[in-house]
Design a protein around this ligand. Sequence first.
Ligand code: CA
Length: 726
Amino acid sequence: MKRFGALLGGAALFVLAACGEQAAAPLQPITAAEVNGAAIIAADQRPDIWISHGRTYSEQRFSPLSQINTNTVKEVGLAWSADLDANRGMESTPIVVDGVMYVTSAWSIVYAYDAKTGERLWKYDPEVDKARGVSACCDVVNRGVAIWEGKVFVGTIDGRLIALDASRADGVTDGLKKPLWEVVTVDQSKPYTITGAPRVIDGKVIIGNGGAEYGVRGYITAYDAADGKLAWRFYTTPNPTKQPDGAASDKVFAEKANATWGDKGDWTTSGGGGTAWDAMAYDPDLGILYVGIGNGSPWNHRLRDPEGKDNLFLSSILAIKADTGEYVWHYQTTPGETWDYTATQHIILADLQIGDKVRKVAMQAPKNGFFYVLDRATGELLSADKFQDNVNWASSVDLKTGRPVEAPEARYLESPFAAIPGPLGSHNWHPMAFSPDTGLVYIPAQTIPQVFADQADFAYRPGFWNTGVEFAAAPGPAPKLNERLAGRAALKGQLVAWDPVAKKARWTIDYATPWNGGVLATGGGLVFQGGLDGKFRAYDAAKGGAALWEVDGQYPVMSGPISYEIDGEQYIAVTAGWGTGLPLTGGGNAIPNIGSPELGRVLVYKIGGKAELEAYAPYEMEKVAATEDFGSAAVVEHGRVLYDRNCMVCHGGLVVSSGVVSDLRWSKTPATKDGFADIVLDGLYASAGMASFANTLNADDAEAIRAYIVNRANEDAAAYAAQAPQ
Ligand code: CA
């Protein structure tokens, strides 16, 4: 089968004999101390290990291993599993080298396991202040570590970058591991978070941050892997004064980016957003680092920049020199972003035959629903096509100007707009994969619409959710339970096998729910993907069709799977755990409530694996309201608006939680005024992640929210009692 030139030129440093095939002679073991740029560049010659986030700097998430293939996959069973000490969203991609798996859980905790047996070698807990949880838009997740010359690097939810000794056993007792160095990468008085995995290039650890929903100014920073010394920083939005920062980004802001922002507007207090919270890729031949840049802060463009300018580098793919942070080019997917359409989604580099030329491309399927193919040396836009047919905010992208052709009403200035996609995107953080064997990109796509409405009375509140979009549904009775359950049909998931040359889907798999897992493609002709339904599956990479293999992972399997080989056996590994974005909120019955897992897990499979998971039954709360209705209609309505602005993002629309965070309808918390105020205003549960809201809510506000919660609880308790839904 034709290969698509996945190798980057730097691989010439190594013998090319093994090129994607299983080498005949056993590979020499590589130690954690030997992981460096040459080793990562040569990763295609080392299919047995997985030493960088996307396996290679090109981030293709393609494992050449082929022992597990379309014929043998039916014999695959569980080799081992391990519980992670947190029950929130699990988004980590494991790293495997020298028989050790390095993986993270929610709350930025790092674990090392024997990758063959599952024995825990060590654990490092950065002991993040749990009250920081309220600054994480989409759960206190972490997408994994990086490894370089014997060190393991992790970014933490409170904004630190920490270096640990990668040694298999370093003489410390589990839980007492000490960092080699740590640096605080953010102003911790602001609602910054780090959820993304670092990458390491030429001795520099690169890390971004998140927080654009709350109000921060995004940037990425390179630190010296040896000692944590700052090497360069690139800001992704202007200094509010438009003066230089003494940063690598100064030149491009002075020359062109400052002019794309008006002089007034909420960006000058919010920081403008543009956080780089996930995607990075690197081309060692060009020396270019590609970074995906996030949405605006506030989301609402009218409020952020009343002059209506493009606002660089929001929603852009940014190409910068990895050694200096110097600007090379950018492509802005969504100029004047106003829908939370981040371009932080996974970026894949590949060499594609397009027409009569082999083009070095960068590919991305950002939230906005278009699949972009760019020349990665120059930034030239080669194609931009909808990978989800139902996308309605724009009809097409003009290839000459690179700009989307927007629907006239999409900016919700005059009236609300029911956008597809909504802010959760046609594709979110869940990693894609590219198979050089099939030439296809496998996209975990989805449909989650959202009505956007201008928040007329918006006032920036430091430290809180600041989007300028009115989430509160129109006043009036909440949709009935049966209507909400029926409404699930509007949400869908798809695995799209996208041909980036022909610019169309070759095959698709339909799922009943959105928010399914990341993808791994393999030399065995397979793609692996987990589901929100707790299943973990493998498909024929060329043909799609019915799953060739399916196992019950018990909890939703959302992260990117990996593959590695030890002692001649191929393993497939993935983390499993509920939480993260939509599954955290439950979305007003938009997704089924499968209850909270006790703990997230690592799941590892191989041919002939015989391990078993313990039986699991989700815990269901008794559907009884804590107390009787109280408060006037006006108080309940006031409580509804405040709930939607302050509580909904974690506790769920219509007070319906997914079960990860407390479902307040069935909780005893709203039973009494004082008990509720202890938590909401006095921070009683701050150590569990529920911070005090005393800076933005007063006692009357809290009581109104309680009245709304109790009202919703009694309404739904009656509905459940009457109709006994599925
Ligand atoms: Ca966002």
